[in-house]
Design a protein around this ligand. Sequence first.
Ligand code: MG
Length: 169
Amino acid sequence: MRIGFGYDSHRLVPGRRFVLGGVEIPFEKGPEGHSDADALIHAIIDAMLGALGAGDIGAHFPDTDPVWKGISSLVLLEKTLLLARQKGFFVAQVDSTVIAQAPRLAPYIEAIRAALGKALRTGGENVSVKAKTNEGMGFTGMGEGIAAFAVCLLMEIEQRETPSPNPLP
Ligand code: MG
């Protein structure tokens, strides 16, 4: 098995959709970035790439490449999963923490877990998402930005006991 860690942050600005973990959440501001700027997915991608020893998200999906402009980060996540599969690994587990003062994320956590579990071809029960405010401190606490941390456990495909319920095409 292999373990990886990832972190991401984005500035929150008016006029952007607020997308987190592949789920759109109604809010007056959204994360600024080249793609849909989904900080949670970006942290998970970096955790997966870290586990693979395969560099970081900027190397695989550079923000200078127009191909990734405005793209759903779920697509980037699936591409990263494909890379893991090609190297002989599947995603056994993800744990994550999102830090945002607002909006309140609790009502969306289960939908986010389901979306991520589907994209990662693992059950939502294997994807943990926790949300915290920063008690008013710092850029997350002031509502200036959003941050996310993730760890990912990859396991070798040969060691899997049961076949994936949603195999890649
Ligand atoms: Mg990012």
